[in-house]
Design a protein around this ligand. Structure first.
Ligand code: PGA
Length: 243
């Protein structure tokens, strides 16, 4: 696992945005795995800037997002589709038919999840997956548990995640209790992974990423078995971690 430590979120945004765009320059029809949350916002901003400057073209790129609340409609301002549209999809030249995110309105969760994994396979697999990390060590919505689900699935959000995400809602009670998420093996099949972490609140989870354990109670530790992970973080999240 490689780690790049920067002073602040601005620099994380430039580094991660360049890394993602570098992937697209090297392979114009790349399949990108995308994430929501506050940490990817600066990287998306930098990617949009590079697109506006004519430095990168997303017309052949396919995207798959990690997760979506359930149940939720796409036009609900709290949905991850809405978030992605506002902060990335609508700002670059991705083709609408190449954009994928789990359908938070599906009546048939099982079919939706297995079709999502099948679509990723059919598109050739994810070349580069961007990940945030939860304070509790979750990636996507793979929450700490005694065992983890490998495929895309419906999951119940942990208390810690509901508390952390309450900042996006008027009340904690409004945070959805369930989500559809890529599973661990869906994520680990990505050829490259970039994990972003910013701020003190991520320090504990990040420390566990750099110790010697692989533990389903900190799902991110499973990334240790992946051959190509880059962690892009800031000093606040990283300081004090002995690699
Ligand atoms: P954040 O979320 O970027 O908003 O901190 C990360 C996550 O929960 O995966």
């Amino acid at each position: 696992m490689n780690v790049l430590v920067y002073d602040n979120e601005e620099q994380i945004g430039i580094a991660a945005g360049n890394y993602m765009c570098g992937q697209v320059l090297a392979k114009p029809d790349s399949v990108l795995g995308l994430a929501t949350g506050s940490t990817p916002l600066k990287p998306y901003g930098h990617m949009i800037k590079l697109y506006e400057q004519g430095a990168v073209d997303f017309s052949k790129v396919t995207t798959f997002n990690l997760d979506e609340y359930y149940p939720i409609s796409r036009d609900n301002a709290q949905s991850y589709y809405y978030f992605m549209n506002e902060h990335f999809y609508s700002k670059v030249n991705l083709k609408p038919e190449n954009i994928h995110i789990p359908n938070g309105q599906t009546d048939d969760v099982e079919a939706e999840c297995s079709e999502y994994d099948a679509l990723i396979e059919q598109s050739g697999g994810i070349d580069l997956q961007i990940l945030g990390i939860g304070q509790n060590g979750h990636i996507g919505f793979n929450e700490p548990d005694s065992s983890l689900n490998s495929a895309t699935h419906l999951t119940e959000l942990s208390k810690s995640t509901i508390e952390a995400n309450a900042r996006f809602f008027d009340n904690e009670a409004d945070v959805p209790k369930y989500a559809l998420t890529m599973g661990m093996s869906t994520i680990l099949k990505a050829r490259k992974i970039v994990l972003l972490a910013s701020g003190k609140s991520k320090h504990k989870a990040l420390s566990e990423l750099f110790d010697n354990s692989i533990n389903t109670s900190v799902p991110a530790t499973m990334l240790k078995i992946h051959p190509d992970v880059v962690v892009i973080c800031d000093k606040e999240a990283y300081d004090g971690i002995d690699k």
